[in-house]
Ligand binder design. Structure first.
Ligand code: FES
Length: 252
């Protein structure tokens, strides 16, 4: 873990109120693994006081790192206005990250909304290691889908929208039954409602499923207990013990 002053290389709004920021962050980009996150300072002073947790979205050549910033308030709003040459104070990479089993050659990735952020990085790493990747991406409507042109080529992609304006109609989880049988490991990132649906799905019973929990964080370092979550082995800190957990371990 390190603290770096990262320089913005580019900023593009890729979905409404969602910005793709590429930053020059050499040591951090080289160290990051899929599923890890950074804590970003969202201002130049102490307001807002707390950093915001953001998944590492992609890395490029060990020098550059991308974040997918969904504007949800003042802090992420400030980040979304950063332009080329601006600097952002980042702490990371933090957390445990996803873990692909050596024997797993075929992976299913399920993304709900902006939960696609860490799964793109995971898909790229898995494809690079010769694995097959199926990616089910869900959003409320077509405009909320992560641009297909930015998804890793080589992944088999299924798009799902709640209103049916693009791809299949419904929730991402409604359309994984056919893919689960072909996958040797399942990964997901999205809202808690998506995980609750997954926990109740018969086709996932007994399957190894890793999920990345999204939650508010204070310190990101295991010190403030602001991100405590209930698991079958007791209270765990999402920032320090996660953010990746086994689906079955979390008490919903
Ligand atoms: Fe402080 Fe996790 S955010 S303990």
């Amino acid at each position: 873990m390190r603290q770096v002053t990262a320089t913005v290389i580019s900023n593009a709004e890729v979905m409404p109120q969602v910005h793709l920021l590429w930053l020059e962050a050499p040591g951090m980009a080289a160290a990051a693994r899929p599923g890890q996150f950074v804590m970003a300072r969202c201002g130049t002073g102490h307001d807002p006081l707390l950093r915001r947790p953001l998944s590492v979205h992609r890395v490029d050549g060990g020098q550059r790192l991308a974040l997918l910033v969904g504007v949800a308030g003042r802090g992420t709003g400030w980040l979304s206005y950063r332009r080329k040459g601006d600097v952002v104070d980042l702490l990371g990479p933090l957390g445990n990250g996803f873990s692909i089993r050596t024997a797993a050659r075929s992976l299913l990735l399920v993304a709900g909304g902006i939960g696609v952020a860490p799964l793109v990085f995971l898909a790229e790493e898995a494809l690079r290691s010769g694995r097959a990747v199926s990616l089910v991406v869900g959003a409320r409507s077509a405009s909320g889908l992560y641009p297909r042109s930015l998804l890793p080529s080589g992944a088999s992609v299924v798009e799902v929208t709640e209103d049916g304006s693009e791809g299949l109609r419904g929730m991402a989880v409604d359309h994984i039954d056919g893919c689960v049988g072909r996958a040797e490991q399942v990964f997901a990132c999205g809202p808690a409602t998506m995980y609750r649906s997954m926990a109740g799905k018969e086709c996932l019973t007994g399957e190894p499923v890793q999920i990345s929990l999204e939650t508010m964080m204070g310190c990101g370092l295991g010190a403030c207990y602001g991100c405590a979550t209930r698991t079958r082995t007791g209270m765990r800190m999402v920032c320090h013990d996660g953010p990746v957990f086994e689906l079955d371990d979390v008490i919903w």
